[in-house]
Write a protein that binds this ligand. Structure first.
Ligand SMILES: [Ca+2]
Length: 239
């Protein structure tokens, strides 16, 4: 994530990519869909992903990681603890946990419980994937968040008058609440100019990939056969 005002790279988002035994890329959404049918496997895959993401990420700046409320719920222990918290707390000072807002009331409750627990541990939170045409955002979720991440949908063509109004509201609200705003999906200089004109704080996307690689930020990744060297910085709506 790059500061629109200064051009400085301030933060990174860790994403997950999967390859099969033959080295073929597997679409992450299909892998996650399959994992969701097996809660125990989802839990262990997610725990391992968080461990890897924290271990392999560039050492400078804030590190954003995605956390699925379903996985988090599966990680609850009998004593009111959670298996994810000790992992996340290791890098508390640089970590931002991204939470996807949900349409289902049950999921909203799960997400809310997870956010409260992470907030109690003094780990920063970001609300992920705020879209121009789908999804909801609850005021409750904004209470604990430090970042508000806007989906690439805001860059998809001309906005209607109402969409522009909603964007103006959302950005003003974020500013009033002291939230840092991020626009995702920045692939061209035009996108970056649009993000700047709309008034976002940070921009994230493929446009910054080359810069990322040139800076040699891929600590240890190139030597690991099990990982795709470019995988971590691809853009997807969420993990
Ligand atoms: Ca995300």
């Amino acid at each position: 994530m790059v500061c629109i005002g200064t051009g400085e790279t301030l933060c990174h988002e860790a994403l997950a990519r999967f390859i099969d035994a033959d080295g073929t890329n597997l679409p992450p959404d299909i892998v996650f869909e399959a994992l969701h049918d097996n809660p125990l496997l989802l839990l262990h895959a997610e725990l391992e992903m968080k461990r890897l993401q924290l271990a392999e990420a560039p050492q400078h700046g804030l590190l954003f990681v995605n956390l699925d409320p379903d996985s988090y719920a599966a990680g609850e222990t009998g004593e009111g603890g959670n298996l994810f918290l000790p992992i996340l707390c290791q890098q508390r000072s640089r970590l931002v946990v991204e939470v996807i807002e949900n349409l289902h009331l049950q999921d909203v409750d799960l997400a809310q419980q997870m956010m409260l627990a992470i907030d109690r541990e003094k780990i920063r939170l970001a609300i992920d994937d705020l879209s121009s045409s789908r999804g909801l955002i609850s005021y409750a979720s904004l209470m604990n968040a430090a970042f508000l991440k806007f989906d690439r949908a805001w860059l998809a063509g001309e906005l209607s008058a109402k969409q522009r109004t909603i964007l103006t509201w959302a950005l003003a609200q974020a500013a009033d609440l002291g939230l840092t705003t991020v626009l995702e999906g920045i692939e061209t200089e035009n996108h970056l100019a649009t993000a700047k004109q709309m008034g976002f704080d940070l921009a994230q996307g493929f446009l910054f990939k080359e810069r990322f690689i040139q800076r040699g930020c891929r600590k240890g990744m190139a030597n690991r056969k099990t990982y795709q060297p470019l995988a971590q910085i691809d853009e997807v709506p969420h993990e």
